[in-house]
Every structure is written in structure tokens, then in C-alpha cells.
Design a protein around this ligand. Structure first.
Ligand code: FAD
Length: 693
């Protein structure tokens, strides 16, 4: 064997004569990206992503897969200029790549749950496995399956056929089935003890989610909570008729089984200084939520009979709500206002008249549509464009002065402001007022620890959740401002990842963010994608009787039967890509921070359209995902001599397809799968792999 001497990135090497630069670089441990290259096929150089610099001569970029080494060659295979060139190459390929890495439901979920994955398991009757899969991202499916505002369903592609999949109800079904079968969550075994200790302030969904994943990573975790029980706003805010205590306890109490220590009745800052926790533990997480009620800011708001919505709901959760009398008004337009109204209605056993007053119109009301509909169904009334001005004592009740409001023309941000209609004042006599205008983050603990705050809450790095002080992290509502439980749980998990990195002495970068190609918004999708699906009705959640709803705190939704849940899971279109775990385009787009929009529509030209060839039993072609590298064309020709595939058309319209508009099944393709082994995306894929993926 004759050797030649070359230098790659200043590293002298002896390599076999006749090797390509790519082979030599790999031998030296350099990872040059490739798309069209396959060791067993002739070089083709169509993608040019493997280009490197050969110094001397013309000093140009050459494809490393096809350039043979020469004695004394000086090569650079990694530097910022090559990174920029590879990034440009990837951006151009992405601009014409039509596919989703993750299903839109999954990429929309703030916790990133593998929704198509758990629905596929449910379809196969594997509910226990489905629960385990969900817990990789979210430890409380039974809780979130009851109260999540379901952004995933808004993104669900099934809407293009009929209605979105009942994803949230399926999540609840899976958790309920698991409880029935195993008595509670199937808990993974924590990693061996690391000897590191983490303190978490707050046993709400954010703090408890962080505790769960840190404990699984082998750390010792102690949670400090001022209340006597865990759950945060889920227990002390959300009423039992939406989230029964048992559902919460099943999943939150399981953390003690894992070995998480829960110290209840300890208010950090009052009973123990936060700085003491900082000294005694290796890392500290704040998951203290947004505990301050936004004030009404009008005269009379401190009068007896005027309650903050969250104080009222907390008293109701502790089964000692104040008696509100026969005429209650709730001020606000969010979910807290709806929860207050529906709770007051139940407490009044059908004899209390409850109205919500909201200063904007129905269109701007932030409460979920389904919650508004439920409240109206139960007999709550809603007065839009109405705002309070003053509250005064009136005998044994209260008199509230109200203004009719109108909305201004949209400002530069498109927002319309409510302003009083002149001369529209009127008075209403009421027995109680519940002020539900939102929650704010209390700044005391942040101040004690010397942490910076923003208008919304505690300032952290958005990716790592680390505050400006190393080793101190913040997640959930106290970091984002009042938001949703699913976001709080997701941020708790991501924080746990950063804390684990911090405790392991690694650089704190947070959970890896992978590139995600998108086919675009629902309205831009081609109808061709949906022609194969017959309409099938979404399964409906059964509910208790109206009489029970008006007078008891029983859970309104009773759960979906197993057979119907399987039927619902069968409606899932299985969006997302079969190749999301091994797609080279995704890997390199992540590595080089690809931008699909830079050269894509509407910036430049149009993107290739959806084109599926599912005619063959063994091989599926998604031409819309192909990047024209040609590896499949060569595999078919060089290995099998069949020439089933070819480049069709010219210029921007070039596609790799079966020529003459035929389908794969009408060719000599014997399904050997050689083409699928060299495809860097999911352009052509073995159906067996596709199903398993
Ligand atoms: P929290 O749940 O507020 O938990 C923080 C915990 O920290 C609390 O237990 C608190 O007692 C504790 N704590 C605070 N300070 C200290 C201290 N100094 N020492 C010790 N402990 C401390 N979201 C949804 O997704 N769906 C819904 O339907 C929904 N409905 C809602 C209804 C209401 C009435 C409210 C108020 C909120 C609702 N939300 C809903 C929002 C959701 O509850 C919150 O986004 C979520 O609970 C935030 O989680 P967290 O862990 O950040 O904070």
C-alpha cells in the first residue's frame, strides 16, 4: 500500500494513495457533511455540501467526495467560511423542501409531546406504552388531559378533512386507563445517585415537573411549598369540577415514590431565607408562579364583599368559600373569571345569579371558547363592553357603578382599546364582586436573591432558564408571566435539563433545539394531501347532567370509553416525518442553523408541491421531500441496473421521479430498498421503516 502525506486543518496525515479527501478526513476524525455521497456508489458531486478548500493553485472549493489526495496537499475541511458555504447550500435545499419534521400538533405543544407517537400506540391498544411515551416530555398526562387549552388541536391537520383529533381527551384516557390498570403512573427508575442536591421553591406544575426530571437524573431534590399540598394553581385555582383532587394527587404524589422530598407549609422568604437555600444546595430553582392578583384600581375595591378571584377560588378549593349572596358579578375576561363564575354558580346551588363583566367584546375575550360556552350553558351571563368605575356600600349589599365601553380604532399594533361611552354610567346592586383581572409575579424572592426582573417576571436566558446568577434558575409562570400549565410543565422539564448540565460541570446550553422543517400553515396546504381520508366524526366527551353541574362540584367530563378512544386515535393522519430521527437534512440544518424561509416562499420563488407515490407495497416516494441529490437514481442504476428512477424536467422544475408520469408500481422496481438506504431525507423510504418510525 503506498501512502501520501497531506495536511488537513494543520494536522499532518499519511493516507492511502487514491483515497478521496473525504475518506482521508474521516480517517482523521473530521465530520464532513454529505448528502449525495455513498461509499459504495460512484461520486456524483451534486449537492456540493462536502466542499473543502485545497490550498495552492487556484485555492477554490472542491468536492471532497470526488477529489483524490495528492502528495503534500494542504486542505481545510472546517472553518467559518466553509460553515457559511454549507449553510448557504442547506438553506437553498430547504427552500425547496416541502415536509414537516415534527407533526404540527407536536411542534405547537409547549411541552413538545410526541402526539402522533402516543396516538399510534393507543390505536394498537398499547395504552401503557402510550403513557410511558408521554411521560418522556410531560409527567402529568391525567392532569393536563383535563385542563390543557389544547394548542395542539388548533394546529391539527385533520381539520382539513373534518374536525381536529380530540388529542387532549386521548391523553386523559391514557392516564385514566393506566391508573385503572396499575393504580397510578408507571414510574421510571432514577439514575444512580449523583450526590448533588437541588432545592425547588414551589410545588406547582413547573416546580414539580423540574423535580421529576432532576430526580430521574439521579439528583436529590427537595421542594419547598408554602401550601399544605402540591399542585399550585392547579389545586388552589382550577376548580374540582374541571380537575378533581384525586386526578391531581395520583400524578403529583407519585413524586414522593420517586424519592422527591416535599416540605409543605414552608414559605421561603418568611420561614426560611432564600439565600440559605442557595448556600445549602448545589442549585436552586424558583417555580413560585404568579401569586399576586391584579387590582381593580377603582374606589371601593377593598370593601367587604369584594374578593380577588384567586383568593375566592383558593377558599373554594379549601372547602371554605365565603357566602356570596344572590347576585354576583365577576370582573374580567380570562379563564379565572370563568372559573370564578362557574364556582359561584355551584356554591349558590342554582339560586345565585352570576354575571361576568368584560370591558372588550366577545372577539377579544381571552378565555377559551369551550370554557365560555360551558359557563353560558350552565346559566352564567356575560356582559361585554362593560367596565366598573366605583363600588360603594349599599345597605347589606354593594352598589357598583358601570360604564358602557366602546373600542377605539386599531392602533399601530392592531389593538383596539376600550373607552367609556360618554354619559353611559349606570348602577347595579349586587351581593358580591369577584375581581379576576389576572395574576402578577410577586417580586420579593427575586429581590432577596438579587435577580433581575422584567415586566413579566424573573429574567432568565430564554433557552436555559438560568437567571443572571449561575446555579439559580426560574421556570413556569414566575418566569413567563401568568400563562398555562402545559407551558409551565414544559419549562420545568427544560430547566431540569439545564440544571443537570450545570451540576455535571457542562456548559449550560439547555435542551437541544433541533431544526424543524414545516409545510406551512393549514390554509396553505394542498387539498391533494387529504383526498385519501374519509370523514369520520370526532368522539365527544360525555358529561354529567345539567342539574348536577349547577349544584355540585363533581367532575363535569366523565371520560371516554376504551373502544371509542381507539376509534378516535384511528382518525390521526400521522403527520410528521418517518425520517425525523435519521434525516441528514435535519441534522445538518440543526448543525449549521439552517433557515428555511431565507430563500423560500414568499421571499424567493415557490416551493415544490406535495407529490406522494404510495403505489408500491415496499417503497414510498415523497417527492416533495426530495433534495435532488440523485443517490437513489445511482443506487438503482449501479447496483440493480434497473434505472427505475430518473431526473425529470429541467431547471427549478427538476424532480427525481419515475419517468413519463408513471407510478413506482408500474416499473421494474422489485422493492430491494437500495435506493432507500442512500436517501438522506424521507424522499424515498422503505414502508417497513416508515411504519416503525
Ligand atoms: P403555580 O401553579 O402558581 O405554583 C407555584 C407554587 O409556588 C404555588 O404552590 C405557591 O404556593 C408556591 N409558592 C409561591 N411562593 C412561594 C414561597 N415563597 N415559598 C414557598 N412556596 C411558594 N392553565 C391551563 O393550562 N389550563 C387551565 O384551564 C387553567 N386554568 C386556570 C385557572 C385559574 C383560576 C388560574 C389562576 C390559572 C389557570 N391556569 C390554567 C394557569 C395555570 O394554573 C398556571 O399557568 C400554572 O399553574 C403555573 O404553574 P407554576 O408552577 O409556574 O405556578
Amino acid at each position: 500500500m503506498s501512502l501520501v502525506n497531506i495536511t488537513i486543518n494543520n494536522q499532518p496525515m499519511h493516507v492511502e494513495a487514491g483515497s478521496t479527501i473525504l475518506q482521508a478526513a474521516r480517517q482523521g476524525g473530521f465530520d464532513i457533511p454529505t448528502f449525495c455521497h455513498a461509499d459504495h456508489l460512484k461520486p456524483f458531486t451534486s449537492c456540493f455540501i462536502c466542499a473543502v478548500k485545497v490550498h495552492g493553485g487556484r485555492d477554490t472549493l472542491v468536492p471532497s467526495c470526488a477529489t483524490v489526495v495528492r502528495e503534500g496537499m494542504l486542505v481545510t475541511v472546517e472553518d467559518p467560511e466553509l460553515d457559511a458555504s454549507r449553510k448557504m447550500c442547506i438553506n437553498l435545499l430547504l427552500s425547496d423542501h416541502c415536509g414537516d419534521c415534527l407533526a404540527p400538533c407536536q411542534s405547537t405543544c409547549p411541552s413538545g409531546i410526541d402526539i402522533p407517537g402516543f396516538l399510534a400506540l393507543l390505536r394498537e391498544g398499547k395504552t401503557a406504552e402510550a403513557a410511558v411515551l408521554i411521560r418522556e416530555q410531560l409527567p402529568f398526562p391525567g392532569v393536563l388531559g383535563r385542563i390543557c387549552p389544547r394548542p395542539c388541536e388548533d394546529a391539527c391537520r385533520r381539520q382539513k378533512v373534518d374536525e381536529p383529533i380530540a388529542i387532549c381527551n386521548m391523553k386523559r384516557h391514557i392516564a385514566d386507563a393506566e391508573k385503572e390498570r396499575f393504580g397510578g403512573p408507571q414510574l421510571p427508575t432514577p439514575a444512580p445517585a449523583t450526590g448533588k442536591r437541588v432545592a425547588i421553591i414551589g410545588a406547582g406544575p413547573a416546580g414539580m415537573s423540574a423535580a421529576y426530571y432532576l430526580r430521574l437524573a439521579g439528583h436529590q431534590v427537595r421542594v419547598y411549598e408554602r401550601h399544605p399540598k402540591s399542585g399550585g394553581m392547579l389545586r388552589y385555582g382550577i376548580p374540582y369540577y374541571r380537575l378533581p383532587e384525586t386526578a391531581l394527587e395520583t400524578e403529583f404524589d407519585a413524586l414522593t415514590t420517586l424519592g422527591v422530598e416535599l416540605n409543605f407549609g414552608v414559605s421561603v422568604g418568611t420561614d426560611i431565607p432564600a439565600k440559605k437555600l442557595e448556600q445549602d444546595f448545589d442549585a436552586l430553582i424558583l417555580g413560585i408562579g404568579a401569586q399576586g392578583a391584579t387590582p381593580l384600581g377603582i374606589p371601593g375595591e377593598k370593601l367587604p364583599g369584594v374578593w380577588s378571584g384567586i383568593d375566592y377560588l383558593e377558599a373554594a378549593a379549601e372547602q371554605k368559600p365565603p357566602v356570596l349572596g344572590d347576585r354576583v358579578v365577576v370582573i374580567g375576561g380570562g379563564n379565572t373569571a370563568i372559573d370564578c363564575a362557574r364556582t359561584a354558580l355551584r356554591e349558590g346551588k342554582g339560586k345565585t345569579q352570576v354575571s361576568i363583566l368584560y370591558r372588550r367584546s366577545r372577539e377579544e375575550m381571552p378565555a377559551q371558547d369551550v370554557e365560555i360556552a360551558e359557563a353560558l350553558h350552565e346559566g352564567v351571563t356575560i356582559e361585554y363592553l362593560t367596565a366598573p368605575k366605583e363600588i360603594v356600600q349599599d345597605g347589606d349589599g354593594l352598589s357598583i357603578t358601570l360604564n358602557r365601553m366602546e373600542l377605539t380604532a386599531p392602533d399601530a399594533s392592531g389593538r383596539r382599546s376600550p373607552v367609556p361611552v360618554p354619559g353611559s354610567e349606570y348602577q347595579v346592586r349586587v351581593s358580591a364582586v369577584l375581581a379576576a383581572l389576572g395574576q402578577q409575579v410577586l417580586p420579593d424572592l427575586a429581590r432577596d436573591l438579587g435577580l433581575e426582573t422584567t415586566r413579566k417576571g424573573i429574567k432568565t436566558d430564554p433557552q436555559t432558564y438560568q437567571t443572571g446568577r449561575p446555579g439559580i434558575f426560574a421556570c413556569g409562570d414566575c418566569q413567563s408571566g401568568a400563562a398555562t400549565a402545559v407551558r409551565a410543565v414544559g419549562s420545568g422539564r427544560k430547566t431540569a435539563c439545564s440544571v443537570d448540565q450545570y451540576l455535571s460541570g457542562l456548559s449550560v446550553t439547555g435542551e437541544p433545539v433541533l431544526f424543524n422543517s414545516s409545510m406551512g400553515p393549514l390554509e396553505d396546504l394542498s387539498p391533494d394531501m387529504f383526498t385519501e381520508y374519509a370523514p369520520a366524526k370526532r368522539v365527544q366527551m360525555p358529561v354529567i347532567s345539567d342539574a348536577e353541574r349547577r349544584s355540585t362540584h363533581k367532575e363535569v367530563e366523565t371520560g371516554i370509553q376504551a373502544a371509542l378512544a381507539v376509534k378516535e386515535a384511528e382518525r390521526c393522519l400521522g403527520c410528521g416525518c418517518d425520517a425525523k430521527k435519521d434525516c441528514k437534512l435535519r441534522q445538518y440544518a440543526t448543525r449549521y442553523k439552517g433557515d428555511q424561509e431565507l430563500f423560500g416562499p414568499p421571499a424567493v420563488g415557490g416551493r415544490r408541491g406535495y407529490a406522494l407515490d404510495a403505489s408500491h407495497e415496499q417503497i414510498k416516494m415523497e417527492v416533495h421531500k426530495c433534495i435532488n441529490c440523485g443517490a437513489c437514481v445511482r443506487a438503482c442504476a449501479e447496483i440493480k441496473g434497473l434505472n427505475v428512477l430518473a431526473y425529470v424536467n429541467r431547471g427549478f422544475m427538476t424532480r427525481i421521479q419515475v419517468p413519463f408520469g408513471r407510478s413506482l408500481v408500474d416499473t421494474a422496481c422489485d422493492g430491494c430498498g437500495e435506493c432507500t438506504k442512500v436517501c438522506p431525507t424521507a424522499g424515498i423510504r422503505s414502508r417497513q421503516v416508515a411504519t416503525a418510525g
